[in-house]
Write a new protein. Sequence first.
Length: 341
Amino acid sequence: MLVLGIESSCDETGLALYDTERGLLAHALHSQIAMHREYGGVVPELASRDHIRRVLPLLSEVMAEAQVQSPAIDAIAFTQGPGLAGALLVGAGVANALALAWNKPVIGIHHLEGHLLSPLLADAPPAFPFVALLVSGGHTQLMRVTDVGVYETLGETLDDAAGEAFDKTAKLLGLDYPGGPAVSRLAELGTPGAIVLPRPMLHSGDLDFSFSGLKTAVLTQVRKLGSTVGEKAKADLARGFVDAAVEVLVSKSIAALKQAGLERLVVAGGVGANRQLREGLNAAAKKRRFSVHYPDLALCTDNGAMIALAGALRLARWPDQASHDYGFTVKPRWDLTTLAQ
């Protein structure tokens, strides 16, 4: 089965072609980071307009790279939610228009399901079941993944997601958008232990997270240092923030594996590309003898490959989920655990 995937939930336009026998044939991605940097964050209307400009050229690119013509495509998968409503509508509209023109079935995919399944695109994919740490700009969750479509929430953030805390810390330190990579790079220059910040809910006894207090602790330190804070102090503060966030994420992941009785951890979402988080999880995996799996770095961000993969896996199990009526809706808010099987 050859599936075209279209991702447009936020500020990346991604298209890909995935074949259930040959794997990922081609994928192309356009990031809007440069456009949104001027505003310090994603501007929804600008994001939607840019998706409109980019989606068809990217479609031509992936089809040319894969040397595929439209008759060979078996189905089209698109991100139906969650995300920015206007951005989602662009991908949904294009997917259904192409499906109508080409007489192909179409399927809406949950954005987070795409992230959860993205490590299956790696050369050594994990087997089911596994625990997934889903950590991105807007989500921080621990899930038990028994199979495609079978997800149980073990814990989630009660307020800010880890990615949001990274972005807000970056603003407090005067760093450019996107904040996560900027804070991580600055943290590499900091001295471990120079500034120690709280580890929220580290010993809460459950698998939930809270990062708003950590962000507030950074704000308190910035005010204490004053307006003339030097680069060394900023680096130490960034290091303190990153060390605190990573310790919480690693500790909760270990606890989730123990609670679920599993020895495989999958990390998905944009923060999964964070070098310090990977180092912390790899060290814990070696010490505690569990395996940890990541998507390729290029597939940690939002992308069409994960949507094409999720569409192919769903249609292989539940062919009746494919639609031929091309009347579409989007779901800006959508609970992952409510997915139909």
